[in-house]
Design a protein around this ligand. Sequence first.
Ligand SMILES: [Zn+2]
Length: 434
Amino acid sequence: MTKIRLHINDLTPLSWFALLLLWSGGFAQAGEAAVDPGDSGTDVIEDVTDDPDSRSSEVSAEVEEMVDPVVHESSVPLADAVSTAGSKAKSLELLGARVRPGTSKRLSWSATELFEGVPVSTPVLVLNGAEPGPTLCLTAAVHGDELNGIEMVRRVMHDLAPKEVSGAIIGIPIVNVQGFRRGSRYLPDRRDLNRYFPGNPNGSAAARIAHSFFVNVIAHCDALIDLHTGSNSRANLPQIRADLRDPDVVTLTQGFGSMVILHSTPSVGTLRHAATRAGIPTVTLEAGGPSELELNEVRHGVRGIETLVNTLGMIDKKRFWSDPEPVYYRSSWVRADNGGILLSDVSLGSTVRKGDLLGTINDPMSNARSELRSPYTGRIIGLARNQVVMPGFAAFHVGIQTADTPTEDAIDDSVLSKKQSETRDYIDDMSEEE
Ligand SMILES: [Zn+2]
């Protein structure tokens, strides 16, 4: 296990100040596992310095060089990896421990230390099945304020008994433990951990944490589900986000049962991007919004994951969940044109037609009212909770249904046009994505 220290000499005066503030805040909350509901996770402060260690958390990983991940040990595609039954189940060795077939163990991963040198560790739950099969990984709270995934991992891991499983399941309920303790999406240095994968052992704190996690945990996975929620007071209809140009990723998406699937190319630096690039097919499961535990969303996610475990042949429980949901190859955000109080007229999952009223924005001073109407026919797959918004705020995410399954070229085209729009509103895009 690689342990990484944050050297005190590496800190600039500003970082010292920030760390001191964070440390004193953390100290005041010591022993308190709950998340402060008042913190919406938007602890981005204005970037007033050129010091790269003090940049806003919305800085992309592209400012930092990443090391190429260790090539995944097993090159067996997911579909083939499943059909390894017949050989013998093996012990799983990770994080300095050995987990024998038919047993489960709670391990711990620690990549960094608190200011005072105390290691920050987070549990890694390992369930090694009695029969051979693929290793499926579940990661949650890469953004520390996204709680639904934490509960999904707990439920999935405790619902299954090692004796009934073929293959292994590795669950990491809280990847960004420092953000979780502060009720924040970000790391203490205000960086977004999900922009720094696969990391760099000599880079910023975020890059080091990402690298340690990638090498010590992710490298053991054959497939990965990264659990997220909407960001900044936005909620998502339970959905799988996947790059549908990758055949192994498509295989993975087909196993979830009744779950909306959204084609989306992952941003550079996301765990989904880095893991897929390293040969580990990965999807993001989005459900609900941050800073809340939403049991309907949790149940939906758990059911999807358990259906996948069943589809992959890792359990034989006939928990199959059919009723396929649509696949959206295109989606678009409808943005507020005026500032004010946004009130929705639609809810998650609503079907909308072009021209339908999505919500209104009321100016609290002048009482002027403006309407937000849908430019598309489709379905609401994400929306902002009622709140005060400024012009340009992404308010409604519409999944746009296409008549037929597009050809691969058509997907590439839609990706191209998405790329162009991404360049246009780059910063905003960073805060709305996983
Ligand atoms: Zn997230």
